[in-house]
Structures are given as structure tokens and as C-alpha cells.
Ligand binder design. Sequence first.
Ligand SMILES: [Zn+2]
Length: 246
Amino acid sequence: MNRRNFLSCAVLTPLFAQELMADSDDIYLSKEEWELLVSVNSRLKRVKRHVGFANFNLLSFTDTLFYARNYYRIGAFSKKELDLIDRLFGEDQNQYGFYGKKTCNNINNKISRKEVEKIPYTGHYLFKGKAQEDYESLKKDVGNTLILTSGVRNVVKQLSLYVNKIYNCRGNITKASKSIAPPAYSYHTISDFDVGRKGWGYKNFTADFASTYEFNKMIKLDYIGMRYNMNNSDGVRFEPWHVEVI
Ligand SMILES: [Zn+2]
């Protein structure tokens, strides 16, 4: 069975079926790559559990490898797992219909704690300077029902979100790339952040957020830009929650 069709033959639960809606030319992981991805996904979750949710946002790849090697509950990454990670980080994304700009060339990218500010009660960080200023102005102009739902994400955090998305898309990389930027392409690594409405949980990451008071107040503010509007040229879905920091 070839690489494209292997997982499309898998039995789909309704949850996956809805997420999938695959096109016939979508690209899937091979069976071997799928097994490696499952293993990388759970290893990264063990790293997150070990360092904690907030620290995981900043953790470098070098430190991730250190923890994996030295803590038996995580376990070292195998050579084949590392090859897959290298590929997911370095490969050309145009083949998957993702046309965004690369934001990070170094898989070992370090984010110093001096560059960022921890935002209380969120488990997230913002870059000091423009991002933090924009967020503080937003809180003032929109109100306290506006919350930070994701801030600074270093390569490993972005990798873990991407890997988990491919997992939820049953190996369909094309589909995954439309809803989460690949690890070298996230603006969360250099500037941007996500906001939501207090108490809205997962719905903050759906198009429904565009119907909230918070969104409608926010887009009228002249210092706020949206990174991923409808039909954006990057090939990313509409993300009303994602604030562009310039
Ligand atoms: Zn975002």
C-alpha cells in the first residue's frame, strides 16, 4: 500500500471523520512514519509533564534531548524518531499547501527568560516590548473577559502541537498543516499571541470566536492586526484569535 492511502483506509471515528474531510491528493505519513510519530507524540507529552506546562512553552530542543536522555520515565529519542523530527522541521511545506514564511531556522533556538514576561494565571509568556504592550492595551480597551490563550512557543512546543495535530488527522500532513503552522513556521516563536473569551475553552480556537464581543471590539482597535484572515495567502485556516505583532 502506498504512502498516500495507507491511513485513509483506517476505520474513522466520527471525531476523526469531521477533522479529516481529506482531499484525494492529500499527503499521508507512511505506516513506518506513523508509528514513529505516535511514539514521538507520547514522548513529547512525557517531556511536558516533566517540565510543566508553562516551562514547556520555552523549552529548547537541546534541553528536551537532555531530559529525555536523563529521565527514564521519558526515555531517549531513537535515531529514527530524531530523523522524523528533523524532517518535520526542515522539509519544504509547499507540498502540503502551506505557504507561510519561515520564522525560525534553528531547531535548537533558545528563548531567554529575560526576553519574555510571564502572564499571571495563564501558564503563558509574552515577548517583552510590542507583544506585551499590545496585550496590556487590549486588556484595557476590551476588558477583563479577554484572556491570553497562547503566547510564546519555542520550537519544541510548536513541534508537539504539530505532531499531535498530525496524530489527530490520522497521518494526513496536508490537513494538519492547514490548522497548525509547522515547527519552523510559527509566529508564536518570534512575536504573535492568541486571545480568547474567558470561560470559552476550546471554542476560542474555532471560527465562533469571531462572533464574540471581545473579537468585535478588538478588530476595531487600530493597533491590532490579524495574521490569518479568511483566504490568507499562507494557506492557513481563518484564525480570528491569532493577533499579529509587528
Ligand atoms: Zn496563534
